[in-house]
Design a protein around this ligand. Structure first.
Ligand code: MSP
Length: 592
């Protein structure tokens, strides 16, 4: 019955395109969240927010969560002398807290230790088994515990001195393992997976499609999908054979189904995922194993894998041993969480590694969010220039004059005319850095215009004679700010909301279509938005410049706020957790 319905819905796939299911990887709980993890989540969140902004009728669903089974989780809990279930719970809640603080709008947060997920994995296993894709075999090979994967000789490096072999890709040590396992007939899906990978825009950026096709040019070996329970007991038992547990990657990948309620048929309304965001290190699992598992179970593989590269810190790979792992909570204390979101999406590009540095973060946030965006809002709302605190309407005559005679006004109009189309094209490809670039270019044009128009020279003229021209300049500047605020909502949702609140833009007028209403599209000045009051409750101070440590020392320190008993209690709990994982979360020392 289920299979018949799956076939039908697979054929009708197009009908369900109004549903947009997006996932992040689920995060290992063997260490606390760092900015790389947050990056995966922020990409997925910005993508979903854009989809909702651009296509308000579609039902967008974002799922994230934590990956809690396997040897390395067992080992991490043991090394901290904490029961493994408690360890998982505590680290998992750290991820949840960080994502909440970063305003990730996930609809579900799944943990692989939840009952709903265990049942989904058991059913998925039974489906693969009953369709003849799983068999039992003696297996031996080099196993890498850190990466939870068997490796072939060509994927290893031998350290002659110690005799230890290491994974070429991750650098982690491997151990020789001989055991009886269940195997999945991956080899039978080689052609189907290749066909899937080659579909238009299936794997983005395209360089990762090439990497997958290179891997697929060699014969795929079958893959072990279980481990003896006495080796890996912190895992889901194989249905009908307690002596084996399900391979952690098969377990983990099924989370994308369990979040939708699989095996209950209702999961089909959202299946397949429109986009799955992953880091480059887990490409093989998502680009080869995952489509093969799904095809074997009679399900459609995802419509797109969006693969991002990694963050390095001051040019070095982030690692516990180098003590350079950046904690997002600490980074947000310096930059604010919105600042951190902006920096990650502004500076990160999917196709190559990004470098995280305090100096760079400071430069970008100060020059773009504080000086270019924040400062323009403060100037346009300044009481000295705008004593009635209004978002005025442009006067047709002055608007025409400015557009004809002031070069900076012409440039602003031309930039705004292209803003929506350009940003739409960039958002469609998850090119958030280009959205930020385009928006900043528009704000630079607006700042330039403001400077050239010299509104301060027009204030308080005889009997308000200069008022219409002054109002026109402020209206044009506010239009630029409003448009940029609408466009930036997916990237910096809180700051954009504060900006639009200050300008008193009703929530119903923050959609993508509202980008068309502005002086650049209609220079008569009539059909643009009517004059209205600014929101007196909201501050015009959007983003304060971040000071270098040396500047800070001369500032007065803020007084500590009294804390409620609950706040004290939750803080001490957090402190305890932090201590428990102290050697896995090391914060960057800033190099200002
Ligand atoms: N649990 C697996 C994923 C299972 S999905 C079915 C896993 N977890 S992870 O915690 O190690 O990584 C989660 C995500 O964080 C991956 O997309 C990974 O690429 C990403 N990152 C880990 N380190 C990173 C950086 N230094 N920079 C950017 N992203 C990074 O893999």
């Amino acid at each position: 019955m289920l299979m018949r319905r799956i076939k039908l819905l697979n054929c009708l796939g197009a009908r369900y395109s109004s549903l947009h299911y997006v996932t992040t990887p689920i995060f290992y709980v063997n260490a606390a969240p760092h900015i790389g993890h947050l990056y995966s989540a922020v990409i997925a969140d910005a993508h979903c927010r854009y989809q909702k902004l651009r296509h308000p009728a579609i039902d967008v669903r974002l799922c994230t969560g934590t990956d809690e089974h396997g040897t390395k989780i067992q080992q991490a809990a043991a090394s901290h002398k904490v029961p493994v279930d408690q360890y998982c719970r505590e680290i998992s809640s750290r991820y949840r807290e960080v994502f909440q603080a970063a305003h990730i709008q996930n609809h579900d947060f799944i943990r692989t230790t939840e009952e709903r997920h265990k049942q989904a994995v058991a059913q998925f296993w039974r489906t693969l088994h009953s369709r003849g894709h799983i068999y039992s075999a003696a297996y031996s090979g080099w196993y890498c515990v850190s990466d939870e994967v068997f490796l072939t000789d060509s994927q290893l490096r031998l350290d002659e001195a110690s005799g230890t072999r290491y994974s070429l890709e991750s650098g982690h040590p491997v151990e020789w393992t001989e055991e009886t396992n269940y195997m999945f007939r991956l080899s039978q899906f080689q052609d189907d997976v290749r066909h899937w990978v080659k579909q238009e825009a299936r794997i983005r950026p395209a360089k990762f499609e090439k990497i997958l096709l290179d891997t697929l040019s060699e014969p795929l070996p079958d893959v072990s999908v279980s481990r003896p329970s006495n080796r890996v007991h912190w895992a889901i038992p194989v249905p009908g054979d307690d002596s084996q547990t399900v391979y952690v990657w098969l377990d983990a990948l099924v989370n994308y189904l369990s979040s939708l309620g699989y095996p209950n048929e209702k999961f089909l309304t959202h299946w397949p995922p429109a986009q799955q965001v992953i880091g480059k290190d887990i490409l093989k699992f998502h680009g080869i194993y995952w489509p093969a598992f799904l095809l074997a179970a009679g399900l459609q593989p995802p419509q797109q894998l969006y693969v991002h590269s990694h963050w390095t810190v001051d040019g070095q790979k982030m690692s516990k041993s180098k003590h350079n792992v950046v904690d997002p909570v600490q980074a947000a204390q310096q930059y604010t969480m919105e600042g951190l979101r902006y920096f990650l999406l502004r500076e990160g590009v999917a196709h190559s590694d990004g470098n995280y540095s305090h100096v760079k973060a400071l430069r970008i946030l100060n020059s773009e969010l504080a000086d270019t965006l924040g400062n323009l809002l403060s100037r346009a709302c300044a009481k000295s220039l705008n004593p009635r605190q209004v978002y005025p309407q442009p006067h047709a005559e002055h608007l025409a004059d400015l557009l004809q005679n002031v070069d900076a006004a012409k440039r602003l109009r031309d930039t705004l005319l292209q803003l929506s189309e350009r940003c739409e094209a960039h958002y469609e490809c998850n090119h958030f850095h280009l959205v930020a670039d385009t928006t900043m270019a528009a704000l630079h044009a607006a700042n330039n215009f403001f400077e050239s128009a010299r509104p301060w020279e027009l204030k308080g003229g005889a009997e308000g004679a200069n008022e219409p021209r002054l109002a026109t300049i402020i209206a044009m500047t506010m239009d630029a700010l409003r448009l940029c605020g609408i466009v930036l909502q997916p990237i910096i949702p809180q700051l954009a909301t504060r900006l639009l609140d200050k300008l008193s833009v009703p929530v119903s007028q923050r959609g993508w279509d509202c980008l068309n209403e502005n002086f650049a599209r209609d220079s008569s000045g009539n059909s643009t938005r009517s004059r209205h009051q600014l929101d007196g409750q909201s501050s015009a101070m959007l983003f304060q410049r971040i000071m270098e440590e040396k500047d800070k020392s001369v500032q007065q320190k803020p007084q500590p706020q009294p804390q409620s008993p609950q706040a004290k209690q939750s803080k001490s709990k957090k402190e305890r957790l932090k201590a428990a994982i102290s050697n896995t979360t090391t914060t960057t020392t800033t190099t200002s």
